[in-house]
Design a protein around this ligand. Structure first.
Ligand code: B12
Ligand code: SF4
Length: 352
């Protein structure tokens, strides 16, 4: 294609992206040498914990053309997810009887929502240019999504390591189209964190060990979602009532005052998960869990880890006969993991 046609196509792609509900779309080249060094240093320090998939793909993650041969550009897109109707996060965090579920997980699983919109965008591109080689991702393959989105001019990397934007804060998902079309690239945005370090200071487990560096092994998101086994005992009290993910670094960020709520019904709150009571959620049977959380990202952790996480939150709540009774019902649960966390919670209820 001629250079002028490619420039027009790039503008068209951004326009279509907005029509499809994305807050913004940008285009990046595939040179991620600086990010590769950061990734390798992070892996070497063991910060990925049990997330073996972060280490197993070698340089495919930092060299897009090794993942999809022929890739010349990455079309990066961001989709807002903060639900407009959700209960105020700080109020839920402050109420020990309530469960805090991270804002991204209150509605439908984003992986499909983002990918299907990107597929529609790719189809529109195909309709104009004919055959082109592409693949669509959203947290679904070894891709350095934040580094690519930064390079595509969609925002800057905050000190909590997430992408931030002046108009939208950080409450958005990222997704990409890898393409062999030599589209013109966008310029990265300047960083605006300045001397602020609110996210580092607020983190309950001090998981942001230096600006831009998260030790996942300490992050509540990792402990409640990714970790399959036992939650380290010294970290359990710090989880508070966070039963799935954690938003504290984003809630502390001053740029999120400017964030806009999503207009997508997909991310609307389901099952009252924005302010549900711990005791109600702990009473769900495995069948309830699977049925009520069909289509939710939470379903991936399974009923066992769900009970593990809620047991920790109940252990952290002020002692009460209702909590003691609910935990006692689960003391003989068939899972060793659940039994161990329930025993810890009962002991904590007794000793606080
Ligand atoms: C693994 C992972 C996690 C892990 C590890 C997090 C991490 N920071 O690495 C855990 C489970 C902890 C996690 C948690 C969360 N995650 Co996550 N996660 C990912 C995933 C799959 C890979 C991230 C990655 O590559 N990590 C490896 C490390 C090395 O990368 P990095 O932290 O970006 O490190 C770079 C910098 O440190 C840089 N660097 C080093 N030194 C310096 C110095 C300077 C000055 C600069 C600028 C950079 C720099 O070099 C590194 C390489 O680029 C991505 C999806 C994807 N495929 O990219 C989602 C993703 C990053 N997560 C996302 C979300 C929403 C979350 C949570 C908010 C979920 C929640 N509410 O619980 C939390 C936030 C916690 C946090 N502060 O990071 C979104 C973020 C969207 C956004 N706005 O940026 C993503 C992009 C998924 C998506 N498709 O939308 N996540
Ligand atoms: S998500 Fe929570 S635990 Fe993880 S780095 Fe941010 S504030 Fe810390």
């Amino acid at each position: 294609m001629h250079e002028t046609d490619l420039s027009q196509l790039a503008e068209q792609i951004k326009h279509w992206g907005r029509e499809l509900g994305f807050a913004a779309v940008g285009i990046a080249d595939v040179d991620l040498a600086a990010a590769e060094a950061g990734l390798l240093a992070w892996l070497q320090r063991g910060f990925h914990g049990e997330m073996d998939y972060m280490a197993t793909h070698g340089t495919k993650r930092s060299r897009p053309a090794e993942l999809v041969p022929g890739t010349l550009r990455v079309i990066s897109a961001r989709l807002d997810y903060f639900p407009p109707d959700a209960a105020a996060p700080h109020a839920v965090l402050a109420d020990a009887a309530c469960a805090y579920v991270s804002r991204y997980a209150l509605g439908r699983d984003y992986h499909k929502v983002v990918r299907s919109r990107l597929q529609t965008l790719a189809d529109r591109i195909s309709a104009v240019v004919g055959e082109h080689h592409y693949r669509v991702f959203s947290d679904s393959a070894p891709v350095l999504e934040v580094a690519l989105a930064t390079q595509a001019g969609l925002g800057w990397r905050g000190k909590h390591s997430l992408l931030l934007n002046r108009q939208h804060g950080s409450w958005f998902f990222l997704g990409e189209i890898y393409t062999d079309l030599p589209l013109p690239v966008d310029a990265p945005e300047a960083a605006h964190c300045g001397t602020c370090r609110a996210c580092l200071d607020v983190c309950p487990t001090q998981a942001i060990v230096a600006p831009y560096t998260v030790d996942a092994r300490r992050c509540i998101s990792y402990l409640t979602i990714e970790l399959k086994g036992s939650i380290p005992v010294d970290l359990r009290p710090l989880l508070g009532n966070r039963i799935y993910g954690c938003d504290d670094c984003q809630l502390a960020c001053p740029w999120n005052r400017f964030a806009q709520a999503t207009a997508l019904p997909d991310f609307a709150v389901r099952n009252g998960l924005d302010s549900a009571r711990l005791l109600d959620l702990f009473a769900w049977s495995e069948a309830d869990f699977n049925e009520r959380l069909a289509g939710s990202p939470i379903r991936r952790i399974g009923h066992e880890r769900w009970l593990r996480n809620i047991a920790v939150a109940l252990g952290n709540a002020p002692p009460s006969p209702e909590i003691h009774a609910a935990l006692s019902v689960r003391v003989d649960h068939p899972s060793t993991l659940v039994r161990e966390h329930v025993a810890w919670a009962l002991e904590r209820q007794r000793s606080t």
